[in-house]
Design a protein. Structure first.
Length: 114
């Protein structure tokens, strides 16, 4: 006798379950939106705080000096041939002692090849 009522009962249970899922998803979406809003507010607060601070000075170092160009190399080799001290050569040309020592090594290597 109650066989005709079973499909309606199942349909009602399905609708109630769908409604419960819908309400649950809406609640989770609201909570997620609230968390996102809090994060965005925190980011905005930090950004405003950063913008309010005095900008820190940025120190830019001097550009690196060019090392031994061709004219300095020729001049250094002339001074070294006159038996001037490496320290004197580097000071006179405004280059480091290591650069002058490197020039001497390169010259010795190239003289050894020829």
């Amino acid at each position: 006798m109650m066989h005709w009522l079973i499909p309606y009962i199942l349909l009602g249970c399905g609708l109630i379950a769908s409604l419960a899922l819908f309400v649950t998803i809406k609640r989770e979406m609201r909570m997620s939106a609230a968390r996102s809003r809090q994060r965005m507010d925190e980011i905005a607060r930090r950004l405003e705080e950063t913008n309010r601070r005095e900008p820190e000075p940025v120190f830019i170092g001097a550009p690196p000096r060019s090392g031994l160009n061709i004219s300095k190399r020729v001049q250094a080799m002339r001074m070294l041939r006159r038996n001037e001290d490496i320290s004197h050569v580097s000071a006179a040309l405004g280059v480091t002692r290591k650069e002058v020592e490197l020039l001497i090594r390169v010259q010795k290597m190239s003289a050894g090849r020829s």
